[in-house]
Design a binder for this molecule. Structure first.
Ligand code: PAF
Length: 291
């Protein structure tokens, strides 16, 4: 439970770095531990699960809401990305959040897009990075800035964005950042679909079609003890046969390197899937134990 927020209270919004820092300095001075939940808004139950975990682990919870221009490519619709701070604040009301940090772009990047960037390396150009060049450099740069601003004891991410999680964990290690990265399991709707801000774009037919994604992961899970070839065949069997689903990739990677597993790999591995359903691109992931 947050010590700096009254249960049921609407969380205050800080729009400046100085304002957030003085809020958090006061919390720290009174002995609070601090957790940061970075988001781009459009909050759903998946985000609320991150907030809930944050309130279990720290006394002061701050949620950042910032649609980060650095992680959008020129052909991606940064301008049209949904923004509704009032709805997000409503969603966070009563959730034990001490403050919402909602800076404008020129507060975060006062001199235009920052010249100093964190680079995500080769893993940043695979999978999601292949269709979104520069995306993960933008993500890591803003996450590094948010960690520098809030200096939280913990920072919380959802497992669904598995490549983002891998890259943030590696950045925190490589740059000796003190915050601990806590990862929360994916929250799923009753039909198995991972919660995502993009699910709102699916009409009924495409929503039904999208079930092929969690179904493929389930098939992969069932085949895991027979090895990687069985996993790939099982998942591709589901995804290739699904109407309205255009597969971008299904891959199984090592958890320590994020590189595709070798044929003889045994033990933990992460299945990754991305597919376009109608006009909506969805991603999902599951941990497997390859036998
Ligand atoms: O996962 C997201 O919503 C964003 O990539 C993040 C981590 C908030 C950085 O902008």
């Amino acid at each position: 439970m947050s010590t700096t927020s009254t249960p049921g209270a609407i969380p205050p919004v800080e729009t400046t770095i100085a304002g957030l820092r003085s809020h958090l300095d006061a919390a720290r001075a009174s002995g609070s531990t601090i957790a940061l939940v970075p988001t781009m808004g459009s909050l759903h139950d998946g985000h609320l699960a991150l907030v809930e975990r944050a309130t279990e682990l720290a006394q002061t919870v701050v949620v950042s809401i910032f649609v980060n221009p650095l992680q959008f490519g020129p052909s991606e619709d940064f301008e049209r990305y949904p923004r509704d701070l009032d709805a997000d604040r409503d969603a966070l009301t009563g959730q034990g959040v001490a403050a919402v940090f909602a800076p404008a772009a020129d507060e975060m990047y006062p001199n235009g897009p920052s010249q100093t960037r964190v680079t995500a390396g080769a893993v940043g150009s695979m999978f999601e990075g292949r269709s979104r060049p520069g995306h993960f450099d933008g993500v890591l740069t803003v996450v590094a800035k948010l960690l520098g601003i809030a200096q939280p004891d913990l920072v919380i991410f959802g497992q669904k964005d598995a490549q983002q999680v891998f890259l943030v964990q590696r950045m925190v290690r490589d740059l000796d950042i003190r915050s601990r990265v806590e990862v929360v399991e994916t929250v799923r709707a009753d039909d198995g679909l991972a919660l995502s801000s993009r699910n709102r774009f699916l009409d009924e037919r495409h929503r039904r079609a999208a079930r092929a994604i969690p179904d493929a992961l389930e098939a992969a899970q069932s085949a895991a003890d027979r090895g990687i070839d069985a996993v790939l065949a099982a998942a591709q069997g589901v995804l290739m046969g699904a109407d309205d689903v255009e597969l971008d990739y299904f891959s199984v990677v090592r958890t320590d390197t994020f590189q595709p597993v070798d044929d003889d790999h045994r033990g933990p591995a992460r299945a990754l899937v991305a597919a376009r359903v109608g006009d909506t691109r969805l991603i999902d992931t599951e941990l497997l134990h390859l036998g």
